[in-house]
Design a protein around this ligand. Structure first.
Ligand code: KIV
Length: 263
């Protein structure tokens, strides 16, 4: 799947998108997903950071490369982290070019609406496909004041709509809509010529994305209300570790079948 193929899915079968940050997980996700996103959410769910703000370009490149090794058919997109693109189009191009050259990903994602449109235009004209991200933008929580639903009320809704329109006009091949109301997501999806990918933005979008650790029950510090848990892997790991610990303490592991003899 290439960025143009993702764009061409507008109005077609819903796009299946998930995050992955390692080779084995990307390999598993690649069987079903149209898009694999190496999201800066990895700062929280893999590295234990309190927000995505501490994520560096080096972290994104390391995990992007790992995910690339497990991806054969999905469109691999890597997030540009906070501080690596906001200064202007030149900085954004340098960061995006490093990410693309060093990971082999197909596209980058960046957060921001109208204010980022000139940067998206600059990147797309220079060979960098861009997935945009509007609505709730976790890299801006210190300005917006938290993780609240965006676009409630006519003024706020108009702002999100204008952001989505601006990134589409600037050449983004798709746009993530995070945590906005269903009527707003429906209006934006109907109005834009590019696919909308929802996270907490209702089934009205052209596709859906979730953070893999959330939907597998691996990240349990908190659970956003828009997440559906498809597995409880955190509990399965706890049970497996407890069973191993009990076996070691009882000397019932290793068993005869795990032991090497002289002959
Ligand atoms: O960082 C991330 O994983 C994301 C998705 C939640 C869209 O931006």
């Amino acid at each position: 799947m290439t960025p143009p193929a993702i764009r061409a899915r507008k109005g077609g079968a819903p796009l299946v998108c998930l995050t992955a940050y390692t080779t084995p997980m990307a390999r598993l996700v690649d069987r079903e997903a149209d898009v694999i996103l190496v999201g800066d959410s990895l700062g929280m769910v893999v590295h234990g950071l309190p927000s995505t703000l501490g994520v560096t370009l080096e972290m994104m490149i390391l995990h992007g490369l790992a995910a690339r090794r497990g991806t054969t058919r999905a469109c691999l997109v890597v997030d540009l982290p906070f501080g690596s693109y906001e200064a202007g189009p030149d900085q954004a191009f340098r960061s995006a070019a490093r990410v693309m050259a060093e990971t082999g990903c197909a596209a980058v994602k960046l957060e921001g609406g109208e204010s980022m449109a000139p940067t998206i235009d600059f990147l797309t004209r220079r060979g960098v496909p861009v997935m945009a991200h509007v609505g709730l933008m976790p890299q801006s929580v210190n300005v917006t004041g938290g993780y609240r639903t965006q676009g409630r009320g006519s003024v706020a809704a108009a702002r999100v709509e204008a952001d989505a329109r601006a990134v589409s006009d600037a050449g983004a091949f798709s746009v993530v809509l995070e945590k906005i109301t269903e009527p707003l997501a429906r209006r934006i999806t109907e109005a834009l010529p590019i696919p909308t990918i929802g996270i907490g933005a209702s089934a009205a979008c052209d596709g859906q994305i979730l953070v893999i650790d959330d939907m597998l029950g691996l990240f349990t510090d908190f659970q956003p209300s828009f997440v559906r848990r498809y597995a409880e892997l955190g509990r399965a790991v706890e049970a497996a570790v407890a069973a191993y610990a009990a076996d070691v303490r009882a000397r019932s592991f290793p068993g005869r079948e795990h032991v090497f003899n002289d002959d």
